[in-house]
Design a protein around this ligand. Structure first.
Ligand code: SF4
Ligand code: SF4
Length: 285
Protein backbone atom coordinates (compact mmCIF):
# COMPACT_ATOMS: atom_id res chain seq x y z
CA UNK A 1 0.00 0.00 0.00
CA UNK A 2 1.34 3.46 -0.86
CA UNK A 3 1.92 5.95 1.99
CA UNK A 4 -0.30 8.46 0.21
CA UNK A 5 -3.01 7.59 -2.31
CA UNK A 6 -4.50 10.56 -4.13
CA UNK A 7 -7.52 10.19 -6.43
CA UNK A 8 -8.06 12.82 -9.12
CA UNK A 9 -11.76 12.82 -9.97
CA UNK A 10 -14.44 14.99 -11.54
CA UNK A 11 -18.21 15.01 -11.77
CA UNK A 12 -17.99 14.99 -15.56
CA UNK A 13 -15.48 14.37 -18.34
CA UNK A 14 -13.44 17.06 -20.07
CA UNK A 15 -12.55 19.15 -17.01
CA UNK A 16 -8.80 18.47 -17.16
CA UNK A 17 -8.73 15.56 -14.72
CA UNK A 18 -6.23 13.49 -16.71
CA UNK A 19 -4.09 16.57 -17.34
CA UNK A 20 -3.83 17.11 -13.59
CA UNK A 21 -3.27 13.41 -12.79
CA UNK A 22 -0.54 12.79 -15.40
CA UNK A 23 1.30 16.08 -14.87
CA UNK A 24 1.11 15.76 -11.08
CA UNK A 25 2.60 12.26 -11.26
CA UNK A 26 5.54 13.22 -13.47
CA UNK A 27 6.20 16.47 -11.59
CA UNK A 28 6.48 14.44 -8.38
CA UNK A 29 8.70 11.80 -10.00
CA UNK A 30 11.03 14.60 -11.10
CA UNK A 31 11.11 15.82 -7.50
CA UNK A 32 12.48 12.39 -6.59
CA UNK A 33 9.29 10.89 -5.15
CA UNK A 34 8.54 7.19 -5.72
CA UNK A 35 5.16 7.71 -7.38
CA UNK A 36 2.85 5.78 -9.72
CA UNK A 37 0.13 6.93 -12.10
CA UNK A 38 -2.89 4.62 -11.89
CA UNK A 39 -5.51 4.93 -14.63
CA UNK A 40 -8.80 3.54 -13.29
CA UNK A 41 -10.87 5.00 -16.14
CA UNK A 42 -11.03 1.51 -17.66
CA UNK A 43 -13.77 2.34 -20.19
CA UNK A 44 -11.66 5.11 -21.68
CA UNK A 45 -8.09 5.08 -20.38
CA UNK A 46 -6.10 7.91 -21.96
CA UNK A 47 -3.25 8.64 -19.53
CA UNK A 48 -0.99 6.46 -21.69
CA UNK A 49 -1.28 9.00 -24.52
CA UNK A 50 0.55 11.60 -22.43
CA UNK A 51 2.82 9.24 -20.51
CA UNK A 52 3.89 6.89 -23.34
CA UNK A 53 4.77 4.14 -20.84
CA UNK A 54 7.10 1.22 -21.29
CA UNK A 55 4.88 -1.73 -20.42
CA UNK A 56 6.57 -4.74 -18.88
CA UNK A 57 3.63 -6.80 -17.59
CA UNK A 58 0.05 -7.45 -18.57
CA UNK A 59 -2.52 -9.34 -16.53
CA UNK A 60 -6.04 -10.42 -17.45
CA UNK A 61 -9.01 -9.46 -15.26
CA UNK A 62 -11.33 -12.44 -15.21
CA UNK A 63 -14.76 -13.33 -13.92
CA UNK A 64 -16.45 -16.73 -13.59
CA UNK A 65 -19.39 -17.48 -15.85
CA UNK A 66 -21.51 -20.65 -15.90
CA UNK A 67 -20.90 -23.56 -18.20
CA UNK A 68 -23.78 -26.02 -18.57
CA UNK A 69 -23.20 -29.71 -19.25
CA UNK A 70 -25.86 -30.65 -21.85
CA UNK A 71 -25.49 -34.34 -20.95
CA UNK A 72 -26.60 -33.69 -17.36
CA UNK A 73 -29.06 -30.79 -17.82
CA UNK A 74 -32.71 -31.82 -17.81
CA UNK A 75 -34.02 -28.41 -18.93
CA UNK A 76 -35.93 -27.92 -15.67
CA UNK A 77 -35.48 -24.11 -15.88
CA UNK A 78 -34.59 -23.46 -12.25
CA UNK A 79 -31.40 -21.65 -13.25
CA UNK A 80 -33.14 -19.28 -15.68
CA UNK A 81 -35.93 -18.63 -13.16
CA UNK A 82 -33.28 -17.70 -10.60
CA UNK A 83 -31.21 -15.41 -12.83
CA UNK A 84 -32.29 -11.79 -12.28
CA UNK A 85 -30.27 -10.60 -15.26
CA UNK A 86 -31.95 -12.74 -17.96
CA UNK A 87 -28.58 -14.26 -18.81
CA UNK A 88 -30.04 -17.77 -19.13
CA UNK A 89 -32.83 -19.01 -21.38
CA UNK A 90 -34.22 -22.54 -21.48
CA UNK A 91 -34.88 -23.66 -25.02
CA UNK A 92 -36.51 -27.10 -24.93
CA UNK A 93 -34.10 -29.49 -23.26
CA UNK A 94 -31.11 -27.13 -23.36
CA UNK A 95 -30.07 -23.85 -21.73
CA UNK A 96 -28.57 -20.92 -23.57
CA UNK A 97 -26.22 -18.47 -21.82
CA UNK A 98 -25.88 -14.79 -22.80
CA UNK A 99 -22.45 -14.12 -21.25
CA UNK A 100 -22.62 -10.32 -21.70
CA UNK A 101 -25.64 -10.24 -19.35
CA UNK A 102 -24.12 -12.52 -16.70
CA UNK A 103 -23.04 -10.76 -13.47
CA UNK A 104 -21.09 -13.77 -12.19
CA UNK A 105 -23.16 -14.11 -9.03
CA UNK A 106 -22.79 -17.91 -9.07
CA UNK A 107 -26.42 -18.44 -8.02
CA UNK A 108 -27.46 -20.60 -10.98
CA UNK A 109 -24.78 -23.15 -10.10
CA UNK A 110 -26.10 -23.36 -6.56
CA UNK A 111 -29.77 -23.82 -7.51
CA UNK A 112 -29.23 -26.42 -10.23
CA UNK A 113 -30.68 -29.68 -8.83
CA UNK A 114 -28.66 -31.81 -11.26
CA UNK A 115 -25.27 -30.15 -10.58
CA UNK A 116 -25.05 -29.55 -14.32
CA UNK A 117 -23.41 -26.14 -13.97
CA UNK A 118 -19.73 -25.47 -13.43
CA UNK A 119 -17.89 -22.16 -13.73
CA UNK A 120 -15.35 -21.18 -16.35
CA UNK A 121 -13.20 -18.01 -16.49
CA UNK A 122 -14.01 -15.18 -18.87
CA UNK A 123 -11.60 -12.33 -19.55
CA UNK A 124 -13.28 -8.93 -19.13
CA UNK A 125 -10.25 -6.66 -19.19
CA UNK A 126 -6.50 -6.24 -19.03
CA UNK A 127 -4.23 -4.46 -16.60
CA UNK A 128 -0.84 -3.18 -17.75
CA UNK A 129 2.08 -2.31 -15.51
CA UNK A 130 5.19 -0.41 -16.52
CA UNK A 131 7.11 2.82 -16.14
CA UNK A 132 6.95 6.32 -17.56
CA UNK A 133 9.14 9.36 -16.93
CA UNK A 134 10.64 7.60 -13.87
CA UNK A 135 7.19 7.01 -12.41
CA UNK A 136 5.30 3.75 -12.12
CA UNK A 137 2.45 3.27 -14.58
CA UNK A 138 -0.65 1.09 -14.24
CA UNK A 139 -3.75 1.15 -16.39
CA UNK A 140 -6.74 -1.07 -17.04
CA UNK A 141 -8.80 -1.55 -20.20
CA UNK A 142 -12.21 -3.14 -20.47
CA UNK A 143 -12.47 -5.77 -23.22
CA UNK A 144 -14.59 -4.81 -26.23
CA UNK A 145 -18.17 -5.89 -25.50
CA UNK A 146 -17.51 -6.54 -21.80
CA UNK A 147 -19.72 -4.75 -19.29
CA UNK A 148 -18.17 -5.83 -15.98
CA UNK A 149 -16.14 -2.74 -15.06
CA UNK A 150 -15.77 -3.52 -11.36
CA UNK A 151 -13.38 -6.54 -11.68
CA UNK A 152 -11.05 -4.55 -13.95
CA UNK A 153 -11.00 -1.45 -11.73
CA UNK A 154 -10.53 -3.64 -8.70
CA UNK A 155 -7.52 -5.42 -10.28
CA UNK A 156 -6.00 -2.05 -11.21
CA UNK A 157 -6.30 -0.91 -7.58
CA UNK A 158 -4.78 -4.17 -6.30
CA UNK A 159 -1.83 -3.87 -8.72
CA UNK A 160 -0.58 -0.53 -7.36
CA UNK A 161 2.08 -2.15 -5.17
CA UNK A 162 4.29 -0.37 -2.69
CA UNK A 163 5.04 3.00 -4.29
CA UNK A 164 5.40 5.86 -1.81
CA UNK A 165 2.59 7.73 -3.55
CA UNK A 166 -0.14 6.68 -6.01
CA UNK A 167 -2.08 9.12 -8.19
CA UNK A 168 -5.35 7.54 -9.28
CA UNK A 169 -7.04 8.89 -12.40
CA UNK A 170 -10.67 8.08 -11.55
CA UNK A 171 -13.44 7.67 -14.13
CA UNK A 172 -15.59 10.81 -14.45
CA UNK A 173 -18.99 10.85 -12.78
CA UNK A 174 -20.37 9.70 -9.47
CA UNK A 175 -21.49 6.13 -10.21
CA UNK A 176 -20.11 2.72 -9.17
CA UNK A 177 -16.87 2.78 -11.25
CA UNK A 178 -15.87 6.12 -9.72
CA UNK A 179 -16.73 4.95 -6.22
CA UNK A 180 -14.62 1.80 -6.74
CA UNK A 181 -11.70 3.95 -7.93
CA UNK A 182 -11.77 6.42 -5.02
CA UNK A 183 -12.75 4.18 -2.13
CA UNK A 184 -10.24 4.16 0.73
CA UNK A 185 -7.94 6.80 -0.79
CA UNK A 186 -6.26 9.34 1.47
CA UNK A 187 -7.41 12.38 -0.47
CA UNK A 188 -9.62 13.22 -3.46
CA UNK A 189 -8.80 16.11 -5.78
CA UNK A 190 -12.00 17.18 -7.55
CA UNK A 191 -11.24 18.94 -10.81
CA UNK A 192 -13.90 21.29 -12.14
CA UNK A 193 -14.49 24.34 -14.30
CA UNK A 194 -16.07 27.66 -13.30
CA UNK A 195 -19.23 27.17 -15.35
CA UNK A 196 -22.84 26.32 -14.39
CA UNK A 197 -22.31 22.73 -15.67
CA UNK A 198 -19.03 22.52 -13.76
CA UNK A 199 -20.77 23.63 -10.57
CA UNK A 200 -23.63 21.19 -11.02
CA UNK A 201 -21.27 18.23 -11.49
CA UNK A 202 -19.03 19.42 -8.66
CA UNK A 203 -22.00 19.45 -6.28
CA UNK A 204 -22.71 15.80 -7.20
CA UNK A 205 -19.06 14.83 -6.76
CA UNK A 206 -18.88 16.59 -3.38
CA UNK A 207 -21.98 14.65 -2.30
CA UNK A 208 -20.26 11.40 -3.29
CA UNK A 209 -16.97 12.01 -1.46
CA UNK A 210 -18.80 13.26 1.64
CA UNK A 211 -20.96 10.14 1.61
CA UNK A 212 -17.77 8.06 1.44
CA UNK A 213 -16.21 10.03 4.30
CA UNK A 214 -13.14 11.04 2.26
CA UNK A 215 -10.96 14.14 2.60
CA UNK A 216 -11.07 16.29 -0.49
CA UNK A 217 -10.37 19.63 -2.11
CA UNK A 218 -11.07 21.33 -5.43
CA UNK A 219 -8.96 22.34 -8.41
CA UNK A 220 -10.58 24.95 -10.66
CA UNK A 221 -9.29 24.50 -14.19
CA UNK A 222 -9.50 27.29 -16.77
CA UNK A 223 -10.32 29.45 -13.78
CA UNK A 224 -10.46 32.69 -15.77
CA UNK A 225 -13.05 31.68 -18.37
CA UNK A 226 -16.29 31.44 -16.38
CA UNK A 227 -17.92 32.98 -13.34
CA UNK A 228 -17.29 32.83 -9.58
CA UNK A 229 -20.12 30.46 -8.62
CA UNK A 230 -17.77 27.50 -8.05
CA UNK A 231 -15.61 29.59 -5.74
CA UNK A 232 -18.65 30.92 -3.89
CA UNK A 233 -19.93 27.35 -3.47
CA UNK A 234 -16.55 26.20 -2.08
CA UNK A 235 -16.45 29.10 0.42
CA UNK A 236 -20.04 28.42 1.53
CA UNK A 237 -19.37 24.68 1.91
CA UNK A 238 -15.98 25.21 3.57
CA UNK A 239 -14.19 23.25 0.82
CA UNK A 240 -10.52 24.09 0.21
CA UNK A 241 -9.71 25.38 -3.28
CA UNK A 242 -6.30 23.77 -3.70
CA UNK A 243 -5.41 25.39 -6.98
CA UNK A 244 -6.85 27.67 -9.67
CA UNK A 245 -5.35 27.05 -13.11
CA UNK A 246 -5.85 29.92 -15.57
CA UNK A 247 -6.25 29.12 -19.25
CA UNK A 248 -2.86 28.83 -20.90
CA UNK A 249 -2.47 28.47 -24.65
CA UNK A 250 0.85 26.60 -24.37
CA UNK A 251 -0.68 24.05 -21.98
CA UNK A 252 -3.70 23.66 -24.26
CA UNK A 253 -1.35 23.04 -27.22
CA UNK A 254 0.57 20.48 -25.16
CA UNK A 255 -2.68 18.65 -24.34
CA UNK A 256 -3.86 18.70 -27.96
CA UNK A 257 -0.54 17.26 -29.07
CA UNK A 258 -0.53 14.51 -26.43
CA UNK A 259 2.31 16.12 -24.44
CA UNK A 260 2.74 16.92 -20.78
CA UNK A 261 2.04 20.55 -19.90
CA UNK A 262 4.90 20.58 -17.36
CA UNK A 263 7.32 20.11 -20.26
CA UNK A 264 6.05 23.35 -21.81
CA UNK A 265 5.44 25.47 -18.73
CA UNK A 266 7.65 25.78 -15.68
CA UNK A 267 4.77 27.63 -13.98
CA UNK A 268 2.53 24.60 -14.47
CA UNK A 269 5.19 22.31 -13.01
CA UNK A 270 5.41 24.51 -9.90
CA UNK A 271 1.60 24.44 -9.65
CA UNK A 272 1.65 20.63 -9.59
CA UNK A 273 4.30 20.50 -6.86
CA UNK A 274 2.36 23.07 -4.80
CA UNK A 275 -0.82 21.03 -5.32
CA UNK A 276 0.91 17.97 -3.93
CA UNK A 277 2.03 19.84 -0.80
CA UNK A 278 -1.52 21.08 -0.20
CA UNK A 279 -2.92 17.58 -0.68
CA UNK A 280 -0.31 16.08 1.65
CA UNK A 281 -1.21 18.67 4.28
CA UNK A 282 -4.95 18.05 3.83
CA UNK A 283 -4.54 14.26 3.95
CA UNK A 284 -2.74 14.34 7.25
CA UNK A 285 -4.40 17.20 9.15
S1 SF4 B 1 -31.12 -25.77 -13.33
FE1 SF4 B 1 -29.60 -27.25 -14.08
S2 SF4 B 1 -30.77 -28.92 -14.87
FE2 SF4 B 1 -32.18 -27.22 -14.67
S3 SF4 B 1 -32.16 -26.20 -16.68
FE3 SF4 B 1 -30.61 -25.22 -15.43
S4 SF4 B 1 -28.71 -26.31 -15.87
FE4 SF4 B 1 -30.37 -27.57 -16.61
S1 SF4 C 1 -23.95 -16.50 -12.57
FE1 SF4 C 1 -25.68 -15.28 -11.80
S2 SF4 C 1 -25.90 -13.68 -13.35
FE2 SF4 C 1 -24.67 -15.27 -14.29
S3 SF4 C 1 -26.11 -16.56 -15.36
FE3 SF4 C 1 -25.84 -17.46 -13.32
S4 SF4 C 1 -27.48 -16.56 -12.08
FE4 SF4 C 1 -27.30 -15.32 -13.94
Amino acid sequence: MPNLTIAVASGKGGTGKTTVATNLTVALAREGLDVAYVDCDVEEPNGHIFLQPTVDREEEARVAIPSIDPDICTGCGECSDFCQYNALAVLGPSVMLFPELCHSCGGCRLVCPEKAITEIPKTVGRVRTGTSHEAGFIDGTLEVGATQIHPVTSLVRRTVGSHQCAVIDAPPGTTCPTIEAVRDVDYVVLVTEPTPFGLNDLELAVGMVRELGLRFGVVINRSDIGDDRVETFCIRENIPVLLSIPYDLECARAYAGGHLAIDRSETFRHMMVDLYHRVEEGAHD
